[in-house]
Design a protein around this ligand. Structure first.
Ligand SMILES: NC(=O)c1ccc[n+]([C@@H]2O[C@H](COP(=O)([O-])OP(=O)(O)OC[C@H]3O[C@@H](n4cnc5c(N)ncnc54)[C@H](OP(=O)(O)O)[C@@H]3O)[C@@H](O)[C@H]2O)c1
Length: 281
């Protein structure tokens, strides 16, 4: 009987967590909005639930000890009700936050880090043991460049301060340890990849891996905003992304937490590009 519930199981990180538990033969339950579109197996039980509708979570949470929680929204409006449900059933939550959170600041520099800071505060205030994983930029964000690279070899977008981009497989590997070992309760881990990379570095690396000359072309924020709106992205999300691009401070932070927790060094962005080369060709 599984005692671990994974939210965001269809997402970049959640999918990897499920895959790693599947490989280890550990029983887990995946919380998804559309169960029919998610493959179940002997060790993976699929259950329907929507984090924006806390009353749909009761059945999913019954019998669970540990929950991997993501918060894919721009406000914490529904979070207290969700955390109350989790605290009634589980005894520990592992939350995926952001390395941009500055715990010494009253207000964070952008809405996305503010959201994560607010979530962390609510989790700490809820009556439940917790592990906070503050992740740096996840490499899978580069999936969004696939069409531009396939069709033009050029990625156009807002310039964002370089960060130590992390492979989603490493975020997942730390999450798996955090979910299965109670000694991680109370910890806050800052997770990064092994090197600080600009967007140009990442796009060039993808090109090297697929054997083409690719490059990044910075676009002024106002034009990037208009493009994202024209692509049909929700206005609130566009404003959050623009504010984040505008105000994220440059960071040289590289931590060894992935290696410390998993025993293996953090994967490079090049290895991520190798793992995902097919989507760029
Ligand atoms: N990207 C980064 O650089 C970064 C850095 C630090 C932290 N994070 C955090 O990491 C989280 C996970 O990242 P990711 O890349 O794995 O996300 P992702 O690939 O965008 O996936 C989002 C997941 O959220 C689920 N979801 C959306 N709305 C939901 C709802 N109402 N109820 C239940 N599930 C819902 C989606 O399920 P459906 O299949 O049903 O849509 C999907 O599984 C992000 O939400 C973010 O807060 C990201």
């Amino acid at each position: 009987m599984s005692e671990i519930l994974v939210t965001g199981a269809t997402g970049n990180v959640g999918r990897e967590i499920i895959a790693q538990f599947r490989t280890a033969g550990t029983a887990v339950r995946a919380l998804v909005r559309n169960p029919e579109s998610f493959p179940s197996s002997n060790s993976v039980q699929v259950v329907a639930g929507d984090l924006s509708q806390p009353d749909t979570l009761e059945k999913a949470l019954a019998g669970f000890r540990t929950v991997f929680l993501i918060w894919p929204f721009l406000t914490t409006e529904r979070a207290p009700a969700v955390l109350k449900s989790i605290a009634q059933h589980a005894d520990r939550v592992v939350y995926l936050s952001s390395s941009g959170v500055n715990e010494d600041a009253d207000r964070q520099t952008d809405p996305i880090n503010q959201l994560h800071a607010d979530m962390e505060r609510l989790i700490i205030g809820a009556d439940i043991a917790h592990t906070i994983l503050r992740s740096d930029t996840i490499a899978s964000n580069a999936r969004g460049w696939a069409e531009q690279i396939r069709t033009t070899n050029v990625v156009r977008g807002p310039e964002i301060a370089p960060t130590a981009v992390i492979h989603e497989r490493d975020v997942a590997a730390v999450a798996v340890r955090a979910l299965t070992d109670d000694r991680n309760a109370g910890a806050t881990y800052v997770l990064t990849g092994p090197e600080v990379l600009s967007r140009e570095d990442q796009v060039r690396t993808i090109g090297e891996v697929i054997g083409r000359r690719t490059h990044f072309e910075p676009v002024p924020l106002q034009i990037a905003r208009e493009q994202m709106l024209a692509d049909g992205r929700p206005p609130a999300l566009v404003e959050a992304l623009v504010a984040s691009a505008e105000s994220r401070p440059a960071s040289r932070l590289v931590t060894r937490v992935v290696e410390k927790i998993t025993g293996a060094p953090a994967r490079t962005f090049r290895s991520w590009a190798n793992d995902h080369a097919d989507i760029f060709i």
